[in-house]
Design a protein around this ligand. Structure first.
Ligand code: BTN
Length: 246
């Protein structure tokens, strides 16, 4: 079992920045950078991840998987299922997963995951950055309609530190399960939480806008989108620049 080694900060630019730096200087698998606040928190596709100090899980865990880089995206599925299961276990929340790795409750986003890699050390490292809205009761107007928090969903304030520790434990447990049972079993579980099947979406693939109906996830974890002519296109995590429900 990987034991999390927490490295605590009050305010950082981004916990992913610190974890990537630590990974480059050889920090071992299991290192978890956590912070009370970030002043340059980031999300996927260059988006900003805003937090209210002390109200969120803000953590970045270092993994050193023995995988070729083209399989690193599998960790996106491992981490989102870990987050969903942990939120269920900790707070009884019924989470849905939106491809590639958003965690939603009642159709609103409660947790986002940003995966980044570095090959600067002898062994490549993958940093799994997880942000969970825990005690926020309001959000900036730009995201208010799409975001939720544990407090809003459960009606009570929670211990952020305890939630962070449990989230890290869940991540490592699911990672180890993945290492022993393989990706197919993780994906099977992921599909049981998947939302949006049958709905229409628009995906930006390298500047090309592709519209269609979501018809599934293939065995490599690619999103299957069927266009209006009935042709199905498989979209890989790495080539997707943005994903929008229509
Ligand atoms: C997304 O939904 O686009 C991903 C959001 C990821 C946010 C987390 S918070 C901890 C870690 N540090 C960051 O700067 N980002 C991730």
């Amino acid at each position: 079992m990987i034991k999390p080694a927490f490295v605590d900060f009050d305010t950082v630019s981004s916990t992913n920045d610190i974890a990537l730096e630590l990974a480059k200087t050889g920090a071992p698998e299991g290192t978890v950078v956590i912070a009370r606040s970030q002043h340059a928190g980031r999300g996927r596709h260059g988006r900003v991840w805003v937090d209210e100090p002390g109200s969120s899980v803000l953590m970045s865990a270092i993994l050193r998987p023995h995988l070729p880089p083209e399989r690193f995206h599998e960790l996106s599925f491992v981490s989102s299922i870990a987050a969903a299961e942990s939120l269920k276990e900790q707070f009884g929340l019924r989470c849905e997963l939106k491809w590639p790795n958003d965690v939603l409750v009642n159709k609103r986003k409660i947790c986002g995951i940003l995966i980044e890699t570095t090959e600067a050390a002898a062994e490549a490292a993958v940093v799994i950055g997880i942000g969970v809205n825990v005690n926020q009761t309001a959000f900036p107007s730009e995201i208010a309609a799409e975001a939720t928090s544990v407090a809003l969903e459960t009606g009570s304030t929670q211990d952020v530190r305890a939630a962070t520790e449990k989230m890290a434990m869940a991540l490592f447990e699911w990672y180890q399960a993945y290492c022993s049972v393989g990706f197919a079993a993780i994906l099977e579980r992921w599909r049981t939480h998947m939302c949006g099947m049958g709905t229409r979406a628009e995906v930006d693939v390298g500047g090309e806008q592709i519209r269609g109906r979501i018809v599934g996830i293939d065995d490599c974890g690619r999103l299957l989108l069927q266009d209006d002519c009935g042709a199905t296109r498989a979209i890989a995590w790495a080539e997707c620049i943005s994903f929008q429900s229509l």
